[in-house]
Ligand binder design. Structure first.
Ligand SMILES: [Zn+2]
Ligand SMILES: [Zn+2]
Length: 55
């Protein structure tokens, strides 16, 4: 079992995808919701894209 780094749920490693940035485990449910990044990478991206004028 692997722990999803986005929602914290435990899933089988075969039922998930790696974070596109760091390769950590993201479960299939999060992938269906459009999550491609783990919590840490998502927060980093939000910070980086927060003040580029995109609203
Ligand atoms: Zn998840
Ligand atoms: Zn990540």
């Amino acid at each position: 079992m692997m722990v999803c780094r986005s929602c914290g749920k435990e899933e089988r490693a075969s039922e998930g995808y790696p974070c596109v940035d760091c390769g950590t485990f993201i479960c299939m449910i999060c992938s269906f919701r459009g999550v491609t990044l783990c919590k840490v990478c998502q927060e980093l991206r939000d910070e980086q894209s927060g003040d580029t004028g995109r609203k």
